[in-house]
Design a protein around this ligand. Structure first.
Ligand SMILES: NC(=O)c1ccc[n+]([C@@H]2O[C@H](COP(=O)([O-])OP(=O)(O)OC[C@H]3O[C@@H](n4cnc5c(N)ncnc54)[C@H](OP(=O)(O)O)[C@@H]3O)[C@@H](O)[C@H]2O)c1
Length: 266
């Protein structure tokens, strides 16, 4: 069986380097290209990821790279501001996209679906590739049926481009429609914004501190009791098995799929 030819976009970023480690560690995958913006250009992608030299230099132009190396799959870990343009470029170049970059919400999916149909290629959008986080969302969807109130607290490092996290948004979206409204909170805000933001009426609080990787609690409140679901990605290695599985399965999907959990059920 020939290896799947993969390009990583955002190759010098924290997650791009993690994805490269996963690709280099799997004999069914071949890293054929690596793209960045400014940092790391010209460096060997394997060495940049803390691995062996692989003879693939990080380059600066995604479209030119894809035109030259013709990958089957492109993995994108860049920034919310550019991810949609990247998806369009990837599909336009005839590759499937595995998108770990956050900032895409359910409302963006119809447009991406259009591009996917035009190109005849698939897109997996996964705000979180860690199995524990996927299970947390699944359990939250179940628990919300039995509790009248829920809030989300997520914590990441201060360099994270967006707040709240894509996982927090996905969790709030997953719980929508399955629950009653949160009760009216009577506490007066002594500091504006201290109660966090809200999506679909579910408060979300974003902590940004050095030392954190990716963490989330979903706290349910009911009569005389609370239930807390908590997930911690202690290192970025937690994302590698999910990224590798997504690269292997994206060609078998049908159009655009939102959420890593959809790859686990078959
Ligand atoms: N799905 C998941 O499981 C998961 C897990 C963790 C994080 N994330 C998400 O993944 C994304 C990346 O996170 P990170 O921690 O790796 O961030 P990061 O370390 O800041 O890396 C982002 C990289 O993207 C590069 N970049 C920016 N614009 C680009 C463009 N137009 N073309 C090519 N490369 C570009 C940046 O280049 P420069 O270095 O030159 O600025 C940087 O190296 C974020 O949205 C984050 O929330 C997802």
């Amino acid at each position: 069986m020939t290896a799947i030819r993969v390009v990583v976009n955002g190759a010098y970023g924290k997650m791009g380097r993690t994805a490269i480690q996963g690709i280099l560690g799997d004999p069914q995958l071949e890293l054929v290209g690596a793209v960045g913006r400014e940092r790391g250009l010209g460096l060997d992608a394997g060495e940049a990821a803390g691995s062996e030299r692989v003879g693939v230099a990080i380059e600066g132009d995604l479209a030119a790279c894809l035109e030259r190396v013709r990958p089957q799959v492109v993995v994108d870990f860049t920034l919310p501001a550019v991810v949609k343009d990247n998806i369009r470029t990837i599909l336009g170049a005839g590759a499937h996209a595995v998108v770990g970059t956050t900032g895409i919400a359910e409302g963006d999916l119809p447009l991406i679906q259009e591009w996917s149909q035009e190109a005849g290629k698939n897109v997996l959008v996964a705000p979180n590739f860690a199995i524990g986080a996927v299970l947390m969302i699944k359990f939250a969807r179940e628990a919300v049926r039995y509790f009248p109130a829920v809030e989300i607290i997520e914590a990441h490092n201060p360099n994270k481009a967006d707040a709240p996290s894509g996982t927090a948004i996905k969790t709030a979206e997953a719980m929508q429609g399955a629950r009653a409204e949160n009760p009216v909170v009577l506490s007066e805000e002594k500091i504006p914004g201290v109660r966090g933001g809200a999506l679909n009426g579910i408060p979300i609080h974003s902590v940004r501190l050095p030392g954190y990787v990716a963490h989330q609690q979903v706290i349910f409140g009911g009569l005389g009791q609370t239930l807390t679901l908590r997930h911690d990605s202690i290192s970025r290695e937690s994302f590698i098995p999910g990224i590798v599985l997504a690269i292997k399965k994206v060609a078998q999907l049908d159009g655009v799929v939102y959420g890593f959990e959809h790859l686990l059920d078959d």
